[in-house]
Design a binder for this molecule. Structure first.
Ligand code: PEP
Ligand code: MN
Length: 331
């Protein structure tokens, strides 16, 4: 249940109530208590202190359109996503930060196209310990240098809670990867800050579990959460994963969080990424994440799925009219 308290309730009283009802206390326009969804009736003692309250069928609460009809608007750097913007934010960049020249070349491509948001991983959550694990702190420093030189917004991922403070300090948006989205250390650290967070759906994660991961961050007081569909595991082995567009429609219908789609990881092969990206943009989405590399065949991670810069530019030009046709602008 979400309970918006009257403005006459003092902060001390609100804290006492939060303790009594084992609720999260956050400020969302007014002092707000959030309990589990098992509470179905407003306690009598709270009646005179309550401005408005919402009852939910399950623990999709703060993220629910039932609580907040409008999609949340989130800003990072020059980028604004969600809300009334009708922006589809095209997020480009390599899977991993590999070198200064590589990350600068990606920045130059985005600047040339008038795009604002670069994503690159420094701490990579790999499936094998023998694969490239990312440049770590040196990678974060290259991203910071790139931001200084080109003015782009940086998104980078948190692999585990070990380096979370470092990542929070360096990045504009924290990406929580598909394998890391259950990590309580990351979720709780992201709840304590206001920096935007992009949570990628695990490949065996239900939509309900995905929104509950978001609720960890929202209930802790960080309202800036975006969700990312990046493919789920099905019986099919011809493609890396299966992009769940039904799931996207469900998230758009039921949640108030901006939705980013990642066809690169879903497909796993560059040849399918452009047509999937077009299908994604045609759904009227808030963001699109496309991996691109100056020479994909030698990329240190996700080599098979990254687009060349030429292919990225062609795709950008093809996506523009599709976004426009559904009332969105590619930014
Ligand atoms: C990535 O974004 O490069 C990545 C590792 O993705 P995911 O967490 O979706 O597998
Ligand atoms: Mn990748």
């Amino acid at each position: 249940m979400i309970i918006k308290l009257k403005s006459t309730v003092s902060p001390e009283q609100a804290q006492t109530l939060a303790k009594e009802y084992q609720a999260f206390l956050l400020f969302d326009g007014a002092q707000t208590l959030v309990t589990g969804s098992a509470l179905k009736e407003l306690p009598t003692a709270l009646e005179s202190l309550t401005e408005q309250y919402w009852v939910f069928a399950n623990d999709m609460q703060l993220s629910s359109r039932k609580y907040r009809q409008e999609t949340r608007e989130i800003s990072f750097g020059k980028t604004v996503i969600g809300g009334k913007t009708k922006h589809t934010v095209l997020i480009g960049g390599p899977c991993s930060v590999e070198s200064e020249s590589q990350i600068n070349s990606a920045a130059q491509l985005l600047v040339k196209l008038g795009l604002n948001t670069l994503r690159g991983g420094a701490y990579k959550p790999r499936t094998s310990p023998y694969s490239f694990q990312g440049l770590g702190l040196a990678g974060l420093q290259l991203l910071a240098k790139m931001r200084e030189a080109y003015g782009l917004t940086v998104i980078t991922e948190a692999r585990d809670a070990t380096h979370i403070d470092e990542i929070i300090e360096y990045t504009d948006v924290i990406q929580i990867g598909a394998k890391a989205m259950y990590d309580q250390g990351i979720l709780r650290a992201c709840a304590k800050i206001k920096k935007p967070v992009l949570i990628k759906r695990g490949f065996g994660t239900t939509l309900q579990e995905l929104v509950q991961a978001a609720e960890f961050i929202l209930s802790g007081g960080n309202p800036n959460v975006m969700l990312c569909e990046r493919g789920i595991r099905t019986f099919e082995t011809g493609t890396r994963f299966t992009l769940d567009l039904c799931g996207v429609a469900w998230l758009q219908e039921h949640t108030n969080l901006p939705i980013v789609l990642d066809p690169s990881h879903a497909m796993g092969y560059a040849y399918g990424v452009p047509s999937l990206a077009k299908a994604c943009v045609a759904m009227g989405i808030d963001g699109l994440l496309i991996e691109t590399h100056p020479n994909p065949s030698v990329a240190k991670s996700d080599a098979s799925q990254q687009l060349t810069y030429e292919a990225f530019e062609t795709l950008y030009n093809e996506l523009k009219p599709i976004a426009q046709a559904v009332g969105f602008t590619l930014v």
